[in-house]
Design a protein. Structure first.
Ligand code: DGJ
Length: 730
């Protein structure tokens, strides 16, 4: 890894293990994008961005100060609007005269060791400064006094580029930021398919692909959370790119609020691809002397298809985005009582379930919603974080102690950002929720959202959660959030700053999470937002795992987990075995399918273990024992998607250990046919030179045969919807 400034050609060349990213300083003024792709040599490449001279009509000015110079045809590194580039800008800044034109010129640059943290925002990090280098380039608009610092980091061991921008008002007038994106890339052509991870509650992160065409193609969130609807991630696929081959580009945003990711194709079929905070309903007042930081964009190029792209995201996010003691630890197998009891439980019921969990080999018991205030349904008590002594006469401490005495850890559910109108908290502080004076307060699941832009509200959340965590031996927290934000406004902000609210909410949330996760470093925090409504890299920085979806149906989970794996590692992807008929879609799937689907993630249970037949209880016991044997492989290995559930009836994926000596293959089919046609499932990522024994059938296979001939499937006729095979090198 290295960052080179080639003075003779005015080129910045960011070289990673397999990737190059090249920027040209044109006419000592503008930053032009030259190249992002497979690694190239560092010299004689600057001509690449100068194609406009040769191609386009009406180009007369070559010098940027020439009045005839037009920006329209140029590949800008961080484009602005108003001086003849009519494509979507990365920045829109307003000055006191009411105009919104910027002309950002190069001032200076530095190459720094390591990677600076981003003010008040989560980001990927280094553990020592030799792990990475950072290029800082300052651009300046001298008329309005606005500096923009662009940061690019490249790592030694991760083939990724991270980018963000910092705005500094160095002038004397107040400025307004209307758009301040994290990254913008001008590709010479737009011959791509855009891949997005879209869906809704219970159908999160489905893979959707669209071919780029002239105009704007965009996904975003305006809901105050990154959302179930679109994930803050897009990939661009060159023609013919598959899971295993071809060129793909990924942009992922380390952010949990309103975002935008887009691809714009202009009249010459050039593509401008961008990601950052959604400019919709966003406006930031930047007073003289103040700065504003954008979230971080993480950019990955792979010429080994989507699997290659995923490996780079998984490695970075697992090792240098997640933090804390659980980053490198296998995660406990848990049982959660939500689908087992919903609100209807008491101390004895929980203890009976915990006993059964212990017998099954489960390691952590999680008490979900309903343990606090007078909450017996979803109509009250959010905000009143003290135990309900009718349900739990021995209190949380009594319950946790008994569960610990059984040999299990104890974990607890919270929804700290929410408040029920029927709660002590609301009666005391009706003004603490997000609302616009005079307007109705939209309720969602009978609840409102606390105003995290206010310090006293954040302090209350920190204090109330910390008090509970100190009151008993609570070793895991499920942090839920079951709403979108509406009537977004804060009583703490003056009128001209109300459009800052959605970003300030996220800053408040990050501040709360930073405080609580550092005060309780031994607690395993799990992120949840009605399932996967905030499954994003911003939350991953604080919470090393996420409840992937409230949909626990094994068939639906194939698509949800497949899509999620494009950007996020398996260890972060919680997957539970639940009861049948499934509570969300009423489908019944065999335990032999529910188990393997959950085992291809961070596995747990979400059913009443005391309600199972002896046969089912034995199956659970066997599954837990098996998962414990293979979990370090699943949680820390390399994941390969082999067959997509979006392409038909069959799904296949596998995980390979780093040393390639162990692997597991999963194969699922939703509909089972008699006398089906055979096909060969070619494996990936294993060592062609090694022989492997299948631990499930005792047969020995050569690595090269598995890679080239593959496994002949379906394995057997009958009712098998799934097959899980473990292999070990002999
Ligand atoms: C939504 C979560 O996604 C569920 O797992 C559960 O915790 C409920 N909220 C509880 O209200």
């Amino acid at each position: 890894m290295t960052i080179i400034f080639n003075k003779a050609e005015s080129l910045f060349h960011l070289q990673m293990e397999k990737t190059s990213y090249v920027i040209k300083l044109y006419d000592h003024a503008y930053l032009m994008h030259v190249y992002w792709g497979k690694k190239i040599r560092a010299h004689n490449v600057g001509w690449f961005c100068e194609t406009p001279y040769r191609r386009r009509q009406l180009i007369e000015g070559r010098k940027v100060d020439d009045v005839k110079f037009t920006s329209e045809y140029w590949p800008f590194e961080y484009p602005s609007y108003g001086t003849s580039d009519f494509r979507p800008p990365a920045v829109k800044a307003g000055s006191e005269n009411g105009t919104m034109i910027t002309d950002l010129r190069y001032v200076k640059h530095r190459i720094l060791k390591g990677k600076p943290l981003i003010d008040a925002l989560p980001s990927t990090y280094v553990e020592n400064e030799n792990e990475a280098e950072t290029l800082e380039i300052e651009l300046y608009d001298s008329l309005i006094g606005l500096s923009v610092f662009l940061y690019y980091t490249v790592y030694n061991t991760f083939d990724v580029i991270t980018r963000h921008a910092v705005f500094a008002n160095k002038g004397t007038q107040s400025l307004t930021l209307h758009k301040a994106l994290s990254a913008s890339i001008d590709f010479k052509d737009g011959h791509f398919e855009m891949l997005q991870l879209s869906g809704t509650t219970l159908r999160e992160r489905h893979v959707v692909k669209r071919k780029l065409a002239e105009g704007l193609m965009q996904i975003d969130s305006t809901r105050g959370i990154s959302s179930h609807i679109h994930n803050p991630f897009i990939a661009l696929l060159r023609d013919g790119a598959t899971e295993h081959m071809g060129e793909v580009y990924g942009l992922s945003l380390v952010y949990s609020g309103n975002f935008v990711a887009s691809a714009h194709v202009d009249q010459y079929f050039s593509a401008r691809v961008q990601i950052g905070i959604n400019p919709f309903n966003f406006l930031w007042v930047l007073e003289p002397g103040k700065t504003f930081s954008t979230p971080e964009a993480v950019m990955v190029y792979s010429d080994e298809g989507l699997n290659g792209l995923s490996h780079k995201y998984h490695d970075l996010y697992r090792k240098r985005l997640c933090r804390g003691i659980y980053r490198d630890r296998v995660r406990p197998v848990l049982v959660n009582n939500w689908e087992a009891t919903y609100f209807d439980f008491d101390h004895d019921k929980i203890i009976s379930m915990a006993k059964k969990a212990k017998e099954s080999g489960i390691e952590l018991f999680v008490l979900d919603d309903g343990w606090f205030g007078s909450r017996n349904n979803d109509q009250s008590s959010l905000g009143d974080w003290h135990e309900n002594t009718c349900k739990l006469p021995k209190g949380l401490k009594g319950l946790a102690d008994e569960i610990n005495a059984l040999g299990l850890k104890f974990g607890l559910w919270f929804e700290p950002e929410a408040v029920s109108p029927d709660s002590e908290l609301y009666r005391k502080h009706p003004d603490w929720c997000i609302s616009v004076p005079g307007r109705k307060r939209t309720e969602w699941r009978n609840q409102l959202v606390l105003d995290l832009a206010r310090k006293e509200v954040c302090d209350y959340i920190i204090h109330s959660v910390a008090t509970v965590l100190n009151s008993a031996n609570i070793e895991y927290v499920k942090w839920d959030m079951n709403r979108r934000l509406t009537e977004m406004a804060s009583a703490s902000l003056p009128p001209e700053r109300q459009m800052e609210f959605s970003h300030r909410y996220i800053l408040g949330l990050y501040n709360v999470l930073e405080e609580l996760t550092s005060r309780f470093p031994n607690v395993l925090f799990e992120n949840c937002a009605s399932g996967g409504g905030r499954f994003d890299p911003g939350m991953l920085y604080y919470f090393p795992q996420t409840w992937t979806s409230d949909n626990t149906d094994a068939v639906c989970r194939l698509k949800i987990q497949y899509g999620t794996s494009i950007c996020y590692p398996l260890i972060a992807t919680c997957a539970h075995v639940s009861a049948i008929p499934n509570h969300q879609v009423l489908r019944s799937t065999p335990m032999k399918m529910r188990g393997p689907v959950a085992m291809s993630g961070n596995m747990g249970y979400e059913l009443d273990l005391t309600n199972l037949t002896e046969y089912e209880s034995n199956e659970v016991m066997e599954q837990v024992a098996l998962y414990k044997e293979m979990r370090s492989l699943v949680q820390f290995g390399r994941f390969y998607r082999l067959k997509s559930p979006f392409d038909g009836n069959q799904t296949a994926w596998m995980v390979v250990s780093d040393d390639k000596r162990e692997f597991v293959v999963w194969f699922f089919r939703v509909m089972v046919e008699a006398e089906e046609a055979y096909f060969n499932l070619r494996l990936a990522g294993i060592d062609a030179e090694l022989d492997y024994i299948c631990l499930d059938n005792g047969m020995v296979y050569s690595g090269d045969a598995l890679l080239n001939m593959g496994l002949t499937l379906p394995w057997q006729n009958g009712d098998h919807m799934s097959l899980m095979m473990r292999f070990s090198a002999v």
